[in-house]
Ligand binder design. Structure first.
Ligand SMILES: [Zn+2]
Ligand SMILES: [Zn+2]
Ligand SMILES: [Zn+2]
Length: 271
C-alpha cells in the first residue's frame, strides 16, 4: 500500500530541481590552469559554483545557496524569479551572490525570505551588514530586500509551504544543512554524514551529493565515499556535485556504477 501511494505521488512530479552549478569553490576551469579538464571543450567540464533551484508548480522558486556565479547562472538557466533562498552554510562559494539577489527584488517588487541555521546566517548577516542592518542615510541603489529566518538542522521546516526535512552534515569544523524534499535529497559540502541524514535520505529517488575528487580531503568526501553512501541509501539516481578540476566528466562517468553519475550544470529532474 505504501508503495502504491509513493508511486502515485511520483506521478504528480510537480516540482523541478535545476542544478545551477556543480563545481567546487574555485569553479572549473580555474583561471590560469591548462590541465586537461580546464582546457577541455566538453561543456560538462565547465562547472560553476555549486547551487541549485527548486521550481514549484506555480512557478515560485526556492534557490539553494547564492554563490558568486548567481547572476550568470540565473541568465544561463533562465531563473526569472527567486522567492526564497536556503543557505546550506556560509562559505564564500555559497553566499557571495547574496548582493545579486536584489535583481529579483527589482523585478518581483517583493522581499525574499532567506533560510539557514543561526551558524549559517550570522556570518551572512555580518558580511552583508548593509543589507541586513541598514544604516539611515545609506547612499546608492536599492540594497537587496532580504528577511532572515532561522532553521533547525535537527527538525523539519516550511519553505514556500513545502516541508523540508533538514539534517546536519559535518564540514570540517562547520555544520552544513542538508535536506530532503519528497523525492529529492541534497547533501553538499561535507566530510562526515550524520545518522539522522542517513535515516532521512534512505531510499531517496534523486540524490545530489558532494564528491570533490578521488584524493582524500579534510572537509569533503571523495567520489568513492559518495558512491558508498549512495549505495547504502539505495538511492535510485545519484548525481555527484562539488567536483574539482581533476575530474573529467566522460572518463569519470565511465567508471561509476549504474545509477550514479556526475552532475552537470543545467541538469534538471522533475520530482
Ligand atoms: Zn562549497
Ligand atoms: Zn585545471
Ligand atoms: Zn563549504
Amino acid at each position: 500500500m505504501a508503495r502504491m501511494i509513493m508511486s502515485l505521488d511520483n506521478e504528480k512530479d510537480t516540482m523541478k530541481f535545476t542544478l545551477l552549478g556543480c563545481g567546487t569553490s574555485t569553479g572549473v576551469p580555474l583561471p590560469g590552469c591548462s590541465c586537461k579538464v580546464c582546457a577541455s571543450g566538453n561543456p560538462k567540464n565547465h562547472r560553476d559554483r555549486t547551487s541549485g533551484c527548486i521550481t514549484l508548480d506555480d512557478g515560485r522558486v526556492i534557490l539553494i545557496d547564492a554563490g558568486p556565479d548567481l547572476r550568470y547562472q540565473a541568465l544561463k538557466h533562465k531563473v526569472e524569479r527567486v522567492d526564497s533562498v536556503l543557505f546550506t552554510h556560509a562559505h564564500a562559494d555559497h553566499i557571495l551572490g547574496t548582493d545579486d539577489l536584489r535583481s529579483f527584488n527589482f523585478v518581483s517588487r517583493r522581499r525574499i525570505s532567506c533560510y539557514g541555521t543561526q551558524e549559517t546566517l550570522d556570518p551572512i548577516t555580518s558580511a552583508f551588514s548593509y543589507i541586513f542592518q541598514p544604516r539611515a542615510g545609506y547612499e546608492g541603489g536599492m540594497v537587496a530586500q532580504l528577511d532572515p529566518h532561522v532553521i533547525d538542522n535537527d527538525a523539519s521546516g516550511e519553505i514556500e509551504g513545502n516541508t523540508f526535512s533538514f539534517f546536519p552534515l559535518q564540514h570540517g569544523g562547520m555544520t552544513v544543512t542538508g535536506f530532503r524534499l519528497g523525492d529529492l535529497g541534497y547533501a553538499t559540502d561535507f566530510n562526515k554524514i550524520s545518522d539522522r541524514a542517513m535515516e532521512i535520505l534512505a531510499g531517496v529517488k534523486y540524490l545530489f551529493i558532494d564528491g570533490l575528487r578521488y584524493e582524500p580531503h579534510n572537509t569533503h568526501i571523495t567520489i568513492p565515499q559518495a558512491v558508498e553512501i549512495a549505495q547504502k541509501l539505495h538511492a535510485e539516481q545519484t548525481y555527484i556535485i562539488h567536483t574539482t578540476h581533476t575530474i573529467d566528466y566522460d572518463e569519470t562517468n565511465a567508471k561509476l556504477p549504474k545509477g550514479i553519475e556526475l552532475g552537470y550544470d543545467g541538469l534538471t529532474v522533475n520530482f
